[in-house]
Design a protein around this ligand. Structure first.
Ligand code: PMT
Length: 224
């Protein structure tokens, strides 16, 4: 029964980088390949969960055997996640949503003209924070954090601010960790501090470690 520890659970995973359109042919995005989120989604399915995968821009094949919801922008991802939140037991936010979007989206292709072009951006809503605010006592929320400095301090701040049960921090400057790679080096935190700091391993193995902790804690939460 160890294998199917998430049987009967509904898991929502986000993956990929969101896309913010500037004009009909140009956009802002980031280097997320979707690999980390896909690994988590596949492992959750293997553990018996019913998985919904909210996918933004990715550069690798979307896994089979789960509900796929395609989104483009951070606002789209927010709508998709919040609409499904009431029936979700576990939310895992491995996506890299753009923090800003162009204030205006040009209907026509922007013409080359002056030497300098200024693009004005406006802040996007924070999906994880919105989830954290709505979280019920039975729901379990895992955030990710991509940092280039002060990993622990920034991770703990995000965990508390966004009301997560667990936060997976990756130093995206470390060799073999973060965006695009098949491996990751993470540190997993809860509100009391460091839970686990596994060595560099495949994203599939990171997903396995993470979901083992989630399953244990969910069982404890339910008191079964
Ligand atoms: O996709 P890969 O190539 O495999 O790369 C994996 C990864 C590096 C993208 C992944 O491991 C990761 O760290 N994902 C989180 C990236 C990120 O957006 O980090 P952040 O520190 O900016 O955001 C913190 C958390 O808030 C994240 O869970 C993020 O999904 C969430 N967030 C951020 C901004 C926003 N507007 N809404 C959000 O919900």
């Amino acid at each position: 029964a160890d294998e199917k520890r998430l049987e009967g659970k509904k898991v929502l995973v986000t993956a990929g980088g969101t896309v913010e359109r500037i004009d009909p042919v140009r956009y802002l995005t980031n280097d997320s390949s979707g690999k980390m989120g896909f690994a988590v989604a596949e492992e959750a399915r293997r553990m018996g969960a019913e998985v919904t995968l909210v996918v933004a821009k990715v550069s690798t094949a979307v896994p089979a055997g789960m509900n796929i919801v395609r989104v483009e922008s951070t606002m789209d991802m927010m709508d998709a996640v919040l609409a499904r939140l009431p029936e979700t037991d576990i939310v895992i936010k491995a996506a890299a949503p753009a923090d800003y979007r162009p204030t205006e989206r040009s209907e026509q292709k922007i013409k080359k003209k002056d030497e300098a072009l200024t693009l004005q951006l406006v802040k996007n809503p924070d999906i994880l924070q919105a989830v954290g605010e709505r979280k019920t006592s039975g729901q379990f929320v895992v955030g990710f954090a991509a940092e280039t400095q002060n990993l622990e301090a920034f991770a703990m701040d995000k965990l508390k601010r966004k009301n997560c049960d667990l936060l997976v921090a990756n130093d995206v400057t470390a060799e073999g960790a973060g965006f695009g790679t098949d491996t990751n080096a993470v540190r997993i935190y809860d509100k009391d501090g460091l839970v686990e700091a596994p060595p560099l391993m495949s994203k599939a193995q990171v997903a396995q470690r993470l979901l083992t902790i989630v399953a244990e804690r969910l069982t404890r939460k339910e008191g079964t």
